[in-house]
Write a protein that binds this ligand. Structure first.
Ligand code: TXA
Ligand code: MG
Length: 309
């Protein structure tokens, strides 16, 4: 990174220390970041997002050593962090007293931690030195931003500084796994269930109680237009989110012409936004296979359509 980048990173770390908000690129989606130990800064985050106060935030850290200062690691956590960090996996663990403020945890005695791999996020976390609370930079209930422009449009006005890290390589939020009693999948995401189960064995399902991971609330990630799932083809007036071989044209966004789920994940939120901007009567979405990353893609689509998961 050049000196300009270095200056921007230092400015971001300073803004966080001052209790200001920062638009932060990660490999999954853009985050709106604040010092996770500063309750006033975190309160401003909730306000900026218009987020229900019971929704806890992910504490982002530079590495496993920093994570161990705020969360209690068991052998399963060590193995998962060793395999997937830095990267798009969030672990919910027992919180260490005083590690992050109560508001970051929304009053729970557990804390969600992740070490992102995006070089800009990693550099800011290293320069800042402490845990950073960073929900996706969308306003509550809207699709997560995967480009700098989308992030600025959503919550940029509330931030002291925005860092442009390009388009997010993954495009879907991190997978959230709770390691409290049984290992539990709270939110399907960028690391597939199969990849996690290969390291620690079978994952239990999230409990029906959505408050354990409110990212699973229905009608999350929603565009303005209604969303029609499993559509064979678009009706007149509808935008079309295709998958696999399909004719191109106006009002058509193909998540992956070659039927590749990684490409579809990276395009999902940006295309939902683009389709929504065309002000269609609805956004019709082609069926997406459920294996691998398809689990997380279908989860976000059901939420965009307003179905309880
Ligand atoms: O990829 C990501 O995870 C992005 C980037 C910016 O890192 N962040 C993100 O944050 O998606 P957010 O706040 O939009 O989603 C955090 C998810 C929510 O579903 C929340 O309920 C869950 O993590 N979560 C956080 N702390 C938790 C806890 N203590 N127990 C259970 N779920 C928790
Ligand atoms: Mg979010």
């Amino acid at each position: 990174m050049g000196t300009d980048d270095h200056d921007r990173i230092e400015a971001a770390a300073r803004a966080l220390r001052d209790g200001d908000l920062v638009i932060l690129p990660t490999e999954t989606v853009y985050g709106l970041a604040a010092d996770a130990t500063n309750a006033r800064a975190v309160a401003r985050l909730y306000e900026a997002k218009g987020r229900p106060a019971f929704n806890p935030l992910i504490a982002h850290v530079a590495d496993v050593a920093a994570a161990r200062r705020i969360a209690r690691f068991d052998p399963r956590a060590e193995r998962l962090a060793g395999r997937f960090w830095p990267g798009p996996l969030t672990l919910v663990l027992p919180a260490i007293e005083g590690g992050v403020c109560d508001l970051t945890r929304a009053g729970l005695d557990t804390v969600a931690v992740r070490a992102p791999s995006h070089p800009t996020a990693a550099a800011v976390l290293k320069a800042f030195g402490g845990p950073v609370a960073a929900p996706s930079a969308n306003r509550s209930g809207r699709p997560s931003p995967t480009t700098f422009a989308d992030a600025m449009e959503e919550t940029g006005a509330t931030a002291a500084l925005g860092l442009d890290g390009g388009a997010c390589a993954v495009g879907l939020e991190s997978t959230v796994v709770a390691l409290l009693d049984e290992a539990r999948l709270l939110r399907p995401g960028a690391v597939t269930r199969a990849a996690i189960e290969a390291v620690i064995g079978p994952l239990a399902e999230a409990e029906a109680d959505a408050r354990r991971s409110p990212g699973r609330l229905a009608r999350h990630y929603a565009p303005n237009a209604p969303v029609r799932l499993e559509a064979a083809s678009p009706r007149p007036g509808e935008a079309w989110l295709a998958f696999g071989h399909a004719p191109a044209g106006e009002g058509v966004w193909n998540l992956s012409p070659s039927g590749d789920l990684t490409e579809a994940a990276a395009n999902l939120f940006a295309f939902l936004r683009a389709a929504d901007r065309a002000r269609p009567t609805a956004i019709a979405v082609a069926p997406i296979p459920v294996e691998g990353l398809g689990e997380a893609i279908n989860d976000r689509l059901r939420r965009a359509a307003g179905f309880v998961g």
